[in-house]
Design a protein around this ligand. Structure first.
Ligand code: PXG
Length: 457
C-alpha cells in the first residue's frame, strides 16, 4: 500500500508552504509563487503534479545517473529491506552489503585505494576527511599540519566543516565560517578572469596560487588540498589542461595530501570512472556520494588510500568518528545493483565514446547563438555562459537575472537545467538517448531565442 496520500497539486502546495522549510531557499519569495510539485519520474523525464513532462537535464541534483524507474535498483532496496533493513557497522560488526560494496569500490578505483569509509552524504564524507586528514598528520608526528587549502567558489557540502571547505562566500557570511585551519585560493575559471593570459598560462597561474598559499601558511602547517576535478555547483568550471598536472606536482613536492572530491564526477560522469582518472591525478582521498546509488537512496563515503589507511590502522587506535547510517544496508545494496548496472550497460564507455561526444558537438554549436558567450562540456557535465554581447564581451547586469530568465523559459518548454548566476549548467542522466539529446538541445535553442526577446524587451 502506498504510504503517500492522494492530494491535489494545490493541497500539496498549501501543506508545503505551511510546514516545510526547503534547502537553499528564500522562503518569502517561494511562498509568493508556491513550489513546483514533482510527483513521478521515468527514464530521463520527471513529471509535475499537473502532468507536465520535463526532460531532466540535471539528473535530479547530479545524481540519477542510471535514470529513473530502474527496476534492478528498486528490487535491490526492497529485498535488502526484507532481509536486514538496518544494522550498524560499529562495535566490531559488519553486514554483507557494506562489505560487498567496499570490495566492489576497490575494483573500480585507482590501485592506491583499498579501503572505504561510509557516510550518508557528500557533506558527511567531507567532514570525515577533515577529521581523518588531521588525525593522519598527528599520527605522523606532525600535529602542526592541520591547514587544508581549498578554492574560492568550491562546493563541498553544507555541514559546518564541508561548508568551510567550500568557497561559497554567502554561506560563510551567514554562519561565521570557515572554521579555523581552512584557507582558500583562486579557482581556475578562465572565462571569469580578465582573459589577459592564455587559458594554459592562466591554468598554471591558478595552480601556482596553491604554492603561494603553502609558502604563506608554512609548508610544515599544510595538511591537504581539496578540489573538485571540475567544479560543479560553482558553474561547471572546467580547468585548463595545464592545471591538474601542476597541482599534482605541487602536492607531491610539499608532501601534501590530495583530496579529489568526486561527489559529482565519480562513477562515470566524465567518461572515466572518476575525475582523477580523467585528469590523471593520484589522490589520497576521494569523497563520493550521489551517483554511487544513482540517488535512489542516500549514501556517501570516502576512498582512503593506503598511505593514510595503513597509518590509521597501524598507529591510530580508535578513530572516534562515524555515523548511524555509515554503510546503511539498503543503501549499500542499491549501490551494488547500481554499479553492476553501470558495468553491464557499459555506461562509462558510452559517455566517453557515444552520448558524450554526441551531446558535446551539439552543445558547442549553441555557442553560435547571440546570447551564448562560452560553452564547455566534459563527458556529460557542461555549461554555457549567457552574455549581453559577445564582442566586445559584455555580461548582463547581475540584477537582470538573465540566467534565471533562461532557466524558467526552458522549464516552460519542458526541460530542466540549472542557473548559477548567468552560467547555465547541465548534467543529464547517463542513459540519455540520441533522440532525447536532440530534444534537450532543440528546447535549449528555443529557450535561448525566447530569453533573448525577454531580455531585450
Ligand atoms: N561535494 C561536491 C562536489 C558536491 O557537489 C557535496 C560535496 C555534498 O554532498 P551532499 O550529499 O551532502 O549534498 C556536493 C553536493 C547544486 C547542488 O545546486 C550541488 C550539490 C548539492 C546540492 C545542490 O548544484 N552538491
Amino acid at each position: 500500500m502506498a504510504a503517500i496520500e492522494k492530494r491535489s497539486r494545490q493541497d500539496w502546495q498549501e501543506l508545503d508552504k505551511e510546514h516545510h522549510l526547503h534547502p537553499f531557499t528564500d522562503h518569502k519569495s517561494l511562498h509568493k509563487k508556491r513550489s513546483r510539485i514533482i510527483s513521478r519520474a521515468e527514464g530521463v523525464y520527471i513529471y509535475d503534479a499537473d502532468g507536465h513532462r520535463i526532460l531532466d537535464g540535471m539528473s535530479g541534483l547530479w545524481c540519477v545517473n542510471a535514470g529513473y524507474g530502474r527496476q534492478e535498483l528498486i528490487d535491490a532496496a526492497a529485498e535488502q529491506m526484507k532481509e536486514l533493513p538496518y544494522y550498524n557497522n560499529f562495535f566490531q560488526c559488519a553486514h554483507p552489503p557494506s562489505i560487498e560494496l567496499a570490495a566492489m569500490l576497490k575494483e573500480v578505483s585507482q590501485p592506491q585505494f583499498n579501503r572505504v569509509f561510509f557516510a550518508g552524504s557528500g557533506s558527511e564524507s567531507n567532514d570525515t576527511i577533515v577529521r581523518m586528514v588531521r588525525t593522519y598528520w598527528d599520527l605522523m608526528g606532525q600535529p602542526g599540519r592541520h591547514t587544508i587549502i581549498s578554492r574560492d567558489n568550491a562546493y563541498h557540502g553544507s555541514t559546518v566543516a564541508a561548508a568551510s571547505l567550500g568557497g561559497m562566500k554567502p554561506m560563510h557570511k551567514q554562519s561565521g565560517l570557515p572554521i579555523p585551519g581552512i584557507v582558500h585560493v583562486e579557482q581556475p575559471y578562465w572565462f571569469g578572469s580578465d582573459r589577459s593570459l592564455s587559458p594554459e598560462e592562466f591554468g598554471l597561474a591558478a595552480a601556482r596560487s596553491i604554492e603561494d598559499k603553502i609558502r604563506e601558511v608554512g609548508p610544515d602547517k599544510v595538511a591537504a588540498f581539496i578540489a573538485e576535478p571540475i567544479q560543479g555547483a560553482g558553474g561547471v568550471i572546467v580547468p585548463p589542461d595545464s592545471y591538474w598536472p601542476e597541482v599534482q606536482r605541487i602536492c607531491d613536492e610539499y608532501g601534501i595530501l590530495l583530496i579529489s572530491d568526486e561527489v559529482i564526477t565519480g562513477f562515470g560522469r566524465l567518461g572515466e570512472w572518476f575525475g582523477a582518472d580523467y585528469y590523471g591525478t593520484r589522490p589520497d582521498f576521494m569523497p563520493f556520494a550521489k551517483g554511487v546509488t544513482s540517488g535512489y537512496l542516500p549514501l556517501g563515503g570516502v576512498f582512503v588510500s593506503d598511505r593514510v589507511a595503513d597509518v590509521l590502522i597501524d598507529k591510530g587506535g580508535e578513530f572516534f568518528h562515524g555515523y548511524t547510517y555509515s554503510g546503511h544496508p539498503a543503501a549499500c545494496a542499491v549501490a551494488i545493483a547500481n554499479l553492476r548496472l553501470v558495468q553491464k550497460e557499459d555506461l562509462v564507455e558510452r559517455i566517453k565514446s557515444d552520448i558524450g561526444p554526441y551531446l558535446q558537438d551539439k552543445w558547442r554549436a549553441l555557442g553560435e547563438h547571440a546570447l551564448v558567450g562560452d560553452t564547455r562540456m566534459v563527458g556529460l557535465m557542461g555549461a554555457f555562459e549567457i552574455v549581453k554581447s559577445k564582442s566586445p564581451l559584455e555580461k548582463f547586469d547581475e540584477k537582470r537575472g538573465a540566467g534565471v530568465v533562461f532557466r524558467d523559459t526552458l522549464m516552460e518548454l519542458g526541460a530542466c537545467m540549472r542557473a548559477v548566476g548567468d552560467t547555465i549548467i547541465c548534467a543529464p542522466p547517463f542513459v540519455l538517448s540520441h533522440g532525447e539529446a536532440d530534444e534537450l538541445i532543440e528546447k535549449t535553442w528555443k529557450a535561448l531565442d525566447q530569453a533573448q526577446d525577454l531580455l531585450s524587451a
